[in-house]
Design a protein around this ligand. Structure first.
Ligand code: SF4
Ligand code: SF4
Length: 460
């Protein structure tokens, strides 16, 4: 383990020897290839997990991968379908996170120099786009200001006018993707605007005290999901602590190769939830939960933080995982609908949580579940992928939307805001729009007994 210095103490990073060891676990069997969405798209070895592992090894051994190497690595969604498909237990997740740092400009990372490889810089346009994303998305206040014009356009129905006029086709693909993806504010979203109270008391006898991460994109675009999460937890007997000062958990930075930035966010998040004194930290965003469970690895080797990071990681639970462990306390009322559940990659592959969300939904009287074909394949959202790689993301979104529409369901359920935006936008584009809800919102509607009609109306 090599150690680099940051302004706030040593930042551990996996060195070339450790990465070579991880890569050497690959026996080149190819079992992961059919699971890989980019291999499905292009059938190219270098756009498969096995090809990328080979590329990473070559670069570690000093090969000059050139800009083609950056492209193959950048085209990886980080969906981790290869990790669950691999019978040899290859930690591709750790390999790709390290390799992303070879091209990503992390402003908080001092020049690593040898022995860390550097790949050619991305184009000026790509660098500017990424810089804007990382300056905006982890900061809810900035994000709110930035999307204000978009919200105004949506209120004036200008977005529909712009789409009808074909403007998105004339815009740079990254901007067109952002316009296409931005969700409309729903009736439930308008009602949930404003911060949650710092403590939402348990209904009935208290069974647990939990902290709740409100997320960055989730907080700004889907406040109704956070409100529903707090209500469901309280109804099932939890005191819910929502620390007011919480910031970004670092997921976007970690998955984007900005390790030093991720470390800073992780330390802040650990301090925030330590102060809250909770039994568990409940997370309703798949990507955030996955990153927080990785705090142990992220801060391993940092003597001042390793134990605290491991203790925090052990407390992190996805909402569905936590509720399944806790068991229901509040009665579930009928919700006569057919729903289809999309398993977010960072829940199904990175956290290996597949059964719990389905079990929670299946326990709702009247709710029928329809399965999506090829459910383990990424929808193309993948953090910021649909903004920085809009074309493959669009193709994967179209495939997923076709599979979702084929279920004949009248509700799409997902546990990740990025997936919800991506699939909803692709469904609308193919003329088969479908209301979208988070697992928490479905459980909340059932517990409150609002009925299918009112619930559907709140999602519009
Ligand atoms: S993370 Fe996903 S896109 Fe990347 S190599 Fe693995 S399966 Fe393919
Ligand atoms: S990553 Fe795993 S499944 Fe894929 S080729 Fe290597 S050993 Fe086989």
């Amino acid at each position: 383990m090599a150690v680099r210095e940051s302004g706030q103490g040593p930042v551990p990073a996996e060195g070339p020897d450790e990465l070579r060891r991880l890569a050497s676990d690959c026996v080149h069997c190819g079992f992961c290839l059919p699971a890989c969405p980019t291999y499905q798209l292009w059938g190219e070895e270098m756009d498969s997990p096995r090809g990328r592992i080979h590329l990473i090894t070559q670069i570690l051994d000093g090969a000059d991968g050139g800009s083609a190497a950056s492209e193959h690595l950048d085209r990886c969604l980080g969906c981790m379908a290869c990790v669950t498909a691999c019978p040899s237990g290859v930690r591709y997740d750790r390999l790709i996170e390290a390799a992303r740092g070879w091209t990503e400009e992390d402003p908080e990372r001092p020049d690593a120099g040898p022995p860390f490889p550097r790949l050619p810089a991305r184009s000026a346009r790509e660098r500017a786009l990424r810089a804007a994303i990382f300056r905006l998305f982890p900061y809810p206040r900035r994000l709110r200001v930035a999307i204000a014009p978009l919200r105004a356009a949506q209120r004036a129905r200008l977005d529909a006018l712009i789409s009808r006029g074909g403007l998105p086709d004339r815009l740079p693909p990254e901007i067109a993707a952002a316009l296409r993806l931005a969700p409309q504010r729903t009736a439930a979203g308008r009602r949930a605007r404003g911060a949650l109270p710092e403590r939402v008391p348990a209904r009935g006898a208290r069974r647990a005290t939990v902290g709740m991460l409100t997320g960055c994109v989730q907080r700004v675009f889907f406040p109704q999901v956070n409100a529903a999460t707090a209500r469901v937890l309280a109804a099932d007997g939890c005191d819910v602590i929502v620390p007011a000062g919480q910031g970004c958990c670092g997921a976007l930075s970690l998955h984007g190769g900005r390790r030093a930035e991720a470390v800073r966010f992780a330390r802040q998040t650990i301090e925030t939830f330590e102060r809250a004194g909770v039994d568990a930290v409940v997370v309703n965003v798949a990507g955030c939960g996955s990153a927080m469970k990785d705090y142990r690895d992220l801060l391993a080797g940092d003597p001042a933080w390793s134990e605290r990071a491991a203790a925090m990681a052990a407390k992190v639970r996805d909402l569905s995982e936590f509720l399944a462990e806790l068991g229901p306390a509040a009665p579930r009322h009928p919700l006569e609908m057919t729903a289809t559940y999309h398993a977010a990659c960072h829940l199904a592959h990175a956290q290996r949580i597949t059964a719990q969300p389905r079990e929670l939904l299946a326990a709702i009287p009247g709710l029928r579940l329809a399965d999506i074909a090829d459910a383990g394949t990424c929808c193309g959202s993948a953090g910021i992928y649909n903004l920085v790689q809009p074309e493959p993301a669009r193709e994967l979104g179209e495939r997923k939307a076709a599979a979702v529409a084929a279920t004949g369901a009248d509700l799409l359920v997902s546990a990740n805001p990025g997936c919800s935006m991506q699939i909803a936008s692709a469904l609308a584009a193919r003329g088969t729009p479908m209301p979208t809800a988070h697992t928490a919102e479905v459980l909340d509607a059932s517990i409150r007994g609002v009925g299918a009609r009112e619930f559907r109306a709140s999602l519009g």
